[in-house]
Design a protein around this ligand. Sequence first.
Ligand SMILES: [Zn+2]
Length: 279
Amino acid sequence: MSATRNKIITKSLQTNVWNQKVAGDLQLITSPLLEKFPNLVHGFTTRLGGESKAPYDSFNLGRHVEDEGVREDAIKNRARLCEALGLDFEKAAIPGQVHSSTVKSVEENHERPEMKSVDGLLTGSIGLPLILHFADCVPVIVYDPVRSVAGIFHAGWRGTASRIVRVGVEKMIGEYGCHAGDMVAAVGPAIGRCCYPTGEEAFQQLQKTVDYPDSLFGDMDGQKCPDLKAINAMQLMESGVEEVDVSHWCTACNPEIFYSHRQSGGITGRQAAIVALTR
Ligand SMILES: [Zn+2]
């Protein structure tokens, strides 16, 4: 194994402590790395501080359920999130996620692309919030401060296996003239390998893309436990992104703070990741 690959693997397994912050009247989690950039607004929501009822309590942003009351509350919560960050909810881009590797660009004064079946968004427009939803899957934000382009990605095991972050980085390079070396990235709160035993299919699909080392998989009663945060970090670094900030939070270990599909048995709300460029 090459020294470069070894270094990338070691770095991808390093996590940083991301603290809870108050934004407006909300409890958000932010990346210490992304916080350094004054022209970027970002946040990863928690389930705290809203009024959604159990089992979606309390700051649910997902409209994945049939209950009309829950769906309406989610819209209000999305608007509250934008307001807390000083962003215009009317401009927000919020796609229908399907665990694909489809990434679309959204720009002010351009017709909005078809937003069904989209799991990654890019923008170079100031003040246009990009929002995705999560309950264990990996939220990733990529930012190029030189070209002023932001991207956000939803990477569960399927999105990770189809390397959605790599697709996103390549699109930033191809469509916006970005350089991977200028980009920074944050890998947010998601299920850790401490809580994520998967079937053989997930393991095989993940391994098919790159021959990941055993250090990126845990083991639980003979089942492989992929470290999806580390695998996404590794994919980013292999794409040329050198600075990647990986959150220490496991969503399933902390059900009082996060919605977790696994931990809840499947009936739960959704937290969001949000990013926008500012002046
Ligand atoms: Zn865990």
